[in-house]
Design a binder for this molecule. Structure first.
Ligand code: CP
Length: 302
């Protein structure tokens, strides 16, 4: 059974195939009838143990555009609240003849664990601080769309790298596609091992902006912080928050990205998030085509 558990496990050829398939689906999504029959014999369960707006809706829409049957589960209003385990929950859902599972979980490795116990295809929709593969694919696809290619581009990932699954999947994906990657943030929000991943490290946000072609700006993830980290949100916005004046001081145009949800006024000011530099909503639009491509390829659809 094939899965998409992380970008670490796939090749640059796999990524290119996903992009070429997503190109075709993007063309379908621009037609008056945005639907194809490819997965009409497939049933997909979206199983979310953590909150989500973009990823959950984007997967659901991708599945419906492919004509799959879709069921949605969110742990907050389920029998998980009565103590049911992950495996029991998933096996009960699978006994309703489900072929594919899209799963988000707060624990690192939850979808990997599940993949050893169930027969359905699994797509990781984010596991704790580990990986968020479809986010990285849609981010790189959006860079390719905006700048023509990912290879040779300089991408700075700026923010709370320590608690971010988006950062890790982005680093793997961008490097596999031949981009140069920098991480920028306060030292307390960078993982200790980050240097071993072959990324540049920067603590001065203006230097990072000066270096890069693309700034992928990440949120401070207070919900994952077990202890009170320095800096506070106010301190973070003072020293690392990106505003329009910083972009105007650059001697070049850069592309601004953010996976969402944005903490406006903390990591990104509205005069940047809503500016002509930003491709934030194009990222969300591309998410549907990318997820259609991933589901289509995993299902081995014709
Ligand atoms: N980018 C992203 O994963 O957003 P959600 O948490 O809203 O799905």
């Amino acid at each position: 059974t094939r899965h998409l558990l992380g970008i670490k496990d796939i090749t640059s050829e796999d990524i290119q195939l996903i992009f070429e398939t997503a190109d075709n689906f993007k063309e379908v999504l621009n037609r008056p009838i945005k639907k194809v029959p490819s997965l009409r014999d497939i049933t997909i369960a979206n199983i979310f143990f953590e909150n989500s707006t973009r990823t959950r809706l984007s997967f659901e829409l991708a599945e419906k555009r492919l004509s799959a049957d879709v069921i949605n589960f969110s742990s907050s209003n389920s029998s998980v609240k009565k103590g049911e385990t992950l495996i029991d929950t998933v096996n009960n859902i699978l006994s309703m003849k489900v072929d594919m599972v899209v799963m988000r979980h707060s624990s690192v490795g939850a979808p990997h664990f599940l993949s050893k116990h169930i027969k359905a295809n699994i797509v990781n929709a984010g596991d704790g601080t580990h990986e968020h593969p479809t986010q990285a694919l849609l981010d790189a696809f959006s860079i390719r769309e905006k700048l023509g290619d990912v290879a040779g581009k300089k991408v700075a990932i700026i923010g709370d790298i320590l608690h971010s699954r988006v950062a890790l999947s982005n680093i793997f994906c961008l490097q596999k596609l031949g981009a140069e990657v920098m991480v920028c943030g306060p030292i307390t929000l960078l993982p200790k091992h980050i240097g071993s991943l072959g990324v540049k490290i920067e603590h001065d946000v203006e230097k990072a902006l000066q270096w890069c072609d693309v700034a992928n700006v990440l949120r401070i993830q207070l919900e994952r912080q077990q202890i009170k980290y320095f800096p506070s949100l106010r301190e973070y916005s003072l020293y690392f928050g990106i505003n329009r004046k910083m972009l105007d001081r650059l001697d070049k145009e850069i592309v601004i990205m953010h996976p969402g949800p944005i903490n406006r006024g903390v990591e990104l000011n509205s005069d940047v998030a809503d500016s002509e530099h930003s491709i934030i909503l194009q990222q969300v639009e591309n998410g549907v085509a990318i997820r259609m491509a991933v589901l289509y390829l995993l299902a081995g659809a014709k």
